[in-house]
Design a binder for this molecule. Structure first.
Ligand code: NAP
Ligand code: MG
Length: 398
């Protein structure tokens, strides 16, 4: 069989633990036999990040900027327990945060729907996609402990030297304060990314904030979305037959649970962090959720929404063939390959990516699945396989 050729390298970002183990198997069994894989490889395994003083993370983000498309394995965000475990010299920030800070943009998370796995919310008929703003707010906040009585103020020193102040609170005892920010430019690109995604997928766009309480901060998000809609997307939305809908975040949460699904829910950074886990688990499983970062500069990073599946890794190290679900990792590859194919005009690669996804879905729909899905399958599974057997089954269908 002749293999499919690629034009431009895909930026491949390796990671940690169980997902690193499966990454290799996916490449060996599902990709390399069919594609002459052309990747630029970055090892973001924790030890290599530590050895390179996290330079490798920064380099991988710049490589995505250069080539346009990256695919990323899950990575450990180090904490003190991990520092001991891996004997680390430093504690670096989360690689995802570092990469997102360089690429900016919006993370879209979409459940992978299969017939046998029914959402716990029975009204949901189509997937709900989360569009999470990936910059600022509480993730870039300055915080301070207040250790006794005193006044806390926010001060803005303009570049011309003039000052503006607002009082945050008078403390009578100890407490805490936090200062958050966001930039109009980042909010605008978040809004644009969401409108483009919704129009591309032909699904309605919902956006919600707490602008009744946070009149200035959340009010700005609401106003920018409205302005971008009115000036850039109103006609395009009408042409695509989709609606832009704004409401309060509490109203949105209530409506989402009663909805039929099938829309993009644009969320501020924290709302998106929390609500994407709610959507993933209500839709079935964290292992059945895809994730793509769309940057305003027009570059894309694909990954699985779950972490490194640490506990499975420890069991694998003891010799167990775990039943870890590789679906989201495979969809990260198919998503990235498909985007590469689109940009390079490679119809055979587009076709391969589609077949790869079909092979995963048909395997699960035929009742052949990993342990995490076995508990959710209705009707019950025909066969529950370990990850290696499951990947072999997909490979045989390919
Ligand atoms: P996790 O790796 O997502 O796993 C949490 C639990 O979810 C697992 O113990 C497992 O449940 C289930 N699970 C997740 N993915 C699965 C899969 N593919 N197949 C089957 N079950 C799956 O989260 P975590 O244990 O909280 O975090 C582990 C490490 O991942 C941490 O060091 C964290 O920093 C990192 N992390 C990385 C990313 C990223 O790179 N994008 C995201 C999140 C977390 P059972 O044990 O019940 O089987
Ligand atoms: Mg989260």
């Amino acid at each position: 069989m002749t293999k499919i050729n690629m034009k431009t390298p895909l930026v491949e970002i390796d990671g940690d633990e169980m997902t690193r183990v499966l990454w290799e198997v996916i490449k060996e069994k599902l990709l390399s036999p069919f594609i002459e894989l052309k990747t630029e490889y970055y090892d973001l395994g924790l030890s290599n990040r530590d050895n390179t003083n996290d330079e490798v993370t920064v380099q991988s983000a710049h490589a995505i900027k250069k080539y346009g498309v990256g695919v990323k394995c899950a990575t450990i965000t180090a904490n003190t327990a991990r520092q001991k475990e891996y004997n680390l010299k430093h504690l670096h920030p989360s690689p995802n945060a570092t990469i997102r800070a360089i690429l900016d943009g919006t993370v879209f998370r979409k459940p992978i729907s299969v017939n046998r796995i029914k959402p716990s919310v029975i009204t949901w008929k189509a997937p709900i996609v989360i569009g999470r703003h990936a910059y600022g707010d509480v993730y870039k906040a300055a915080e301070m402990e207040i250790d006794g009585p005193g006044k806390v103020e926010m001060v803005y020193t303009k570049s011309d030297g003039t000052e503006r102040r607002v009082k945050i609170a008078d403390f009578e005892g100890s407490g805490i304060v936090q200062g958050m920010h966001n930039y109009d430019e980042s909010i605008k690109s978040f809004a644009r990314a969401c409108f483009l995604y919704a129009i591309n997928e032909k699904i309605p766009l919902w956006f919600a904030t707490k602008d009744t309480i946070s009149k200035t901060y959340d009010g700005r998000f609401k106003a920018i979305f409205e302005e971008i809609y009115e000036t850039e997307f109103k006609e395009k939305c009408a042409a695509a037959g989709i609606e832009y809908f704004y409401t309060l975040i509490d109203d949105a949460v209530a409506r989402v649970v009663k909805s039929e699904g099938g829309f993009l829910w644009a969320c501020k950074n924290y709302d998106g962090d929390v609500q994407s886990d709610m959507i993933a688990s209500a839709a079935g499983s964290l292992a059945m959720m895809t994730s793509v970062l769309v940057s305003p500069s027009g570059v894309f990073e694909y990954e699985a929404a779950h972490g490194t599946v640490q506990q499975h890794y420890y069991r694998w190290q003891k010799g167990e063939k775990t039943s870890t679900n590789p679906a989201a990792l495979i969809f990260a590859w198919s998503g990235a390959l498909s985007k590469r194919a689109e940009l390079d005009g490679l119809s055979d690669l587009t076709d391969f990516a589609r077949r790869l996804e079909k092979a995963v879905l048909s395997t699960i729909e035929d009742g052949i699945m990993t342990g995490d899905l076995a508990k959710l399958s209705d009707p019950p599974p025909v066969k529950v396989l370990n990850s290696w057997e499951f990947i072999d089954e997909i490979s045989s269908r390919l």
